[in-house]
Design a protein around this ligand. Sequence first.
Ligand code: NI
Ligand code: MN
Length: 224
Amino acid sequence: MTATFRYIHHACFTVTAQGETLICDPFLDGNPTGVTQQDLSVDYIFITHAHGDHLGCAYELAKQCDALIITTAEIAAQAEAKGCRAHAMHLGGTYQFPFGKVRVTPAFHGSGIAGGHACGFIVDFHGAKFYYAGDTALFSDMQLLQKLDSFRYALLPIGGNFTMDPKDAAKAAAFLKAPVVLPIHYNTWPVIAQDPVPFQREVEAAVPGTKVVLIQPGDTMEWD
Ligand code: NI
Ligand code: MN
């Protein structure tokens, strides 16, 4: 199975496989690739939490494409109230979708919505398996995730200030033991400016079998 990963910017990316596309956290404002909502055609929209830099244009995009929103219960209820199709899940929950299994993982961060909780996802998308941490602090239970549902790619925030910084994210990479780590959620604004090269060097030295790939907005990558 192969899939095409495309990084838009910040924490927004798409994965395409078997003629279907998912997007995570569709925040497009200010993205240097120039991709607009109207350019996108997606089948599934994953939302980790309701902060503006993650919710983005999710509801408008869902209606434009008749896409299914997959998110936590509070955001799913809001999405349905706005006329979108949504599948509500929550922390620790797993569900078998037509494309494969999804696990909702905890993320230590604000939810951006009353009564909610931020999350991450482990997704098996037509055989391409990834963990997207969402916005989160480092937490030691990350070391369990690979054992619960294995994944090849881990997308981790390294920007600091709101999330893990490169030092904490390197510890996360050691917990996760993913063969490929992709740092995201940095350099979007001055407050989360980071140099990813020391992170890459530290992880590749400390975590045998892990390769860190530095992606730029607009980059695509073929995933196994
Ligand atoms: Ni956030
Ligand atoms: Mn964020």
